[in-house]
Ligand binder design. Structure first.
Ligand code: DHB
Length: 512
C-alpha cells in the first residue's frame, strides 16, 4: 500500500516537474539521432538532426505506421520560442508512413526557417496487419486521427526533451491530410477521444495545437454530398452530363442542403446571418476576392468564366475598358507548380466600387470549374451502393476490420438497402461524429486552435466550396484568427505559395 502511494507520488512529481522517467517507453531520447541535410530550391544547404522511427504509443498495433520522425535544424531560429511544424502526408484517407522532409514543401521550408519539424505516420484505410492468420485492417476511422493526436501528445509529453515549443505546434496537411489537420485543430483535448487514446497507450498529455494549416480539407464528410449537389447541381443539364438516375440523386441530395446550411447559424464579417438564401452571394465574395487579387498580380482572366469587369479607366492600376489584361504591367507570379501564387491572405476584402471585377455569374463559373476537371458523380463521397457498387476512399476509411467498406450517411445507406427506415449503427454514428471538425467548433467540448490558415483552390472541385467556407466562417464566428482564401487557378493541391504561409506563421508567432 505504502509502496503504491510512493510510486504514485513519484509519478505525480515527475509529471508536474515535466521530467519524463528514463525508463518510460514514451521518453524521447535526445541523443539518438543522425545528421542529415537537404538542399533548398535556391541552393541553400540546411543541416539538421534526424530522430527517426520513434514509436509514439505504448500499445502499438501497426508498427509500419505508428512511428514519427523529428527533425531539428542545426541552426534553430533565433527567436525566443521555436515552433514545431507537424506535417501529415495522409492522402485519400490512406495510411501514411513517417516521412523525411522535402525541400519542395513546407517541411523543408520550416527547417530552413530554423523551425522543428515532426512527420508522424498514421494508419489509414489501406493499412493491415496479420493477426491469428487473418488480415486485419488497422486504419478504420477514426484510427488515423487518433494516431496523429497521439503524436501531438508525444511532443507535448516530451516538451522538455525535444527542441521547440510543444505549445506552438502548427499542423499541416492537404486534402484528406487537410481534413486531419482541421480535426487536430478542432478537437484538442476533447473527452470523446480519451478512451481510444488511453487504450492505445498514448502519452498522458494535452493534444490541442496552436495552429492548423489546412489545404483543401476534404471534411464535413457526412454533409459533403448534399453540399456538392446543392452547389454543382446547376451544371447537371450542361457540362456535367448526368443521366436520369444521377440527376434524381443529385436533386434529392441538393434538397437536404438548405436546412443544413441554416442549422450552422453562420454570420459574415459584419455579423449578418448567412443562410441558404444568401449563401451564394456570400460565396461569391470569396471568388471575387480571388479573381481580384489574381488581376492585381498580373494574371489574365478569360471573359468566358463568368466575371464582370470594372470599366472605369481610373481603376486602381490604371486599367480601363478592355484593358483588364493590363498587358505586362506586372509579371505573372508563379511558384513553379503550374498555378499562380498570390499575396498575403490578410489583404483587404474585395471592394466593389474600386476594383477590377465587380460581379460573378456563379453558375457560369461553376460550369467553368466543372469543365476543367470533370465533377464527381452523385453521391460524390458516400457513393457505394447508391448508383454504383464502387466504394470511395471515404467508404473505405469508414469500413471495418475485415476491409469491408461501409456507408456513413443515412441517405446512402437507405438508398443502398432500398429501405427508407434504415439507420446508421450507433457505432458508425459515433465514428462519423469523431471525424467531423464542425461538431467541435463553438461547442465548448474541445480546445480549438486559436490560429487557422485555410486554402482551397478556386478551381478545386474535389469537394464543394461550402466545405472550406463553412469551416472558416464557423471558426471566425468562434473568434479564432482565421486566414482563409481561395487562390485563383489552383486545382486540388497543397503546400503552395510558401512565402505567404511562412509570413503568416511568423506573424502568428509575433502576435501570440
Ligand atoms: C482526397 C481527395 C478526394 O477527392 C477525396 O474524396 C478524398 C481524399 C485526397 O486527395 O486526399
Amino acid at each position: 500500500m505504502n509502496k503504491t502511494i510512493t510510486v504514485a507520488a513519484l509519478c505525480f512529481a515527475a509529471a508536474t516537474s515535466g521530467a519524463v522517467a528514463q525508463n518510460d517507453p514514451l521518453r524521447f531520447d535526445p541523443d539518438n539521432f543522425t545528421r542529415q541535410s537537404l538542399t533548398m530550391p535556391g541552393g541553400k544547404q540546411v543541416a539538421y538532426k534526424a530522430y527517426e522511427g520513434i514509436v509514439y504509443v505504448k500499445n502499438v498495433e501497426d508498427p509500419t505506421y505508428q512511428t514519427l520522425n523529428i527533425y531539428v535544424p542545426e541552426n534553430l531560429a533565433d527567436i525566443e520560442r521555436v515552433p514545431i511544424l507537424l506535417r501529415t502526408y495522409v492522402g485519400g484517407y490512406m495510411a501514411s508512413t513517417a516521412k523525411s522532409p522535402s525541400p519542395s514543401d513546407a517541411t523543408g521550408r520550416a527547417l530552413s526557417e530554423g523551425y522543428v519539424v515532426c512527420i508522424p505516420g498514421s494508419r489509414g484505410s489501406n493499412s493491415t496487419i496479420e493477426r491469428d492468420g487473418k488480415t486485419v485492417y488497422t486504419g478504420t476511422a477514426p484510427n488515423g486521427l487518433l494516431d496523429l493526436k497521439a503524436a501531438v501528445r508525444y511532443l507535448r509529453y516530451n516538451d522538455q526533451l525535444i527542441p521547440g515549443e510543444s505549445d506552438l505546434i502548427f499542423t499541416d496537411g492537404t486534402s484528406a491530410g487537410g481534413a486531419m489537420s482541421s480535426l487536430l485543430g478542432a478537437t484538442g483535448n476533447a473527452r470523446e477521444y480519451e478512451p481510444y487514446l488511453k487504450r492505445m497507450g498514448a502519452a498522458d498529455a494535452r493534444d490541442d495545437v496552436f495552429a492548423a494549416i489546412c489545404y483543401c480539407p476534404i471534411t464535413d464528410l457526412n454533409h459533403a454530398d448534399m453540399e456538392y449537389e446543392w452547389l454543382y447541381g446547376c451544371t447537371n443539364a450542361g457540362v456535367r452530363h448526368l443521366n436520369e438516375a444521377q440527376a434524381a440523386i443529385s436533386d434529392e441530395l441538393s434538397a437536404l442542403c438548405p436546412a443544413y446550411i441554416n442549422s450552422l447559424g453562420l454570420r459574415d464579417k459584419s455579423g449578418n446571418p448567412v443562410t441558404a438564401d444568401n449563401y451564394k452571394d456570400y460565396l461569391k465574395t470569396f471568388l471575387l476576392e480571388s479573381a481580384h487579387r489574381a488581376l492585381q498580380e498580373g494574371c489574365e482572366i478569360s471573359d468566358t468564366v463568368g466575371f464582370t469587369f470594372y470599366k472605369d479607366k481610373s481603376g486602381p492600376m490604371g486599367g480601363g475598358p478592355g484593358n483588364r489584361q493590363h498587358g505586362g504591367m506586372r509579371p505573372r507570379v508563379d511558384d513553379g507548380r503550374g498555378a499562380p501564387s498570390f499575396g498575403p491572405g490578410n489583404a483587404p476584402r474585395f471592394n466593389k466600387t474600386s476594383d477590377f471585377v465587380t460581379d460573378l455569374d456563379l453558375d457560369k463559373y461553376l460550369s467553368y470549374v466543372a469543365s476543367v476537371t470533370p465533377l464527381k458523380t452523385p453521391p460524390a463521397f458516400d457513393q457505394m451502393g447508391v448508383l454504383i457498387p464502387t466504394p470511395s476512399p471515404e467508404n473505405k476509411v469508414f469500413g471495418n476490420e475485415n476491409g469491408e467498406p461501409a456507408n456513413f450517411t443515412e441517405f446512402s445507406l437507405q438508398h443502398r438497402l432500398n429501405d427508407r427506415s434504415a439507420k446508421l449503427s450507433k457505432d458508425m454514428d459515433q465514428r462519423v461524429y469523431l471525424m467531423n471538425p464542425m461538431n467541435f467548433i463553438g461547442s465548448g467540448k474541445s480546445t480549438i486552435a486559436p490560429n487557422w490558415y485555410i486554402r482551397h483552390g478556386a478551381k478545386d472541385r474535389d469537394t464543394s466550396f461550402l466545405v472550406p467556407v463553412n469551416l472558416a466562417t464557423k471558426l471566425e464566428n468562434d473568434g479564432k484568427n482565421v486566414n482563409f482564401f481561395l487562390p485563383w487557378n489552383r486545382p486540388h493541391s497543397g503546400d503552395y505559395n510558401l512565402d505567404d504561409l511562412f509570413n503568416w506563421i511568423a506573424n502568428t508567432l509575433q502576435v501570440r
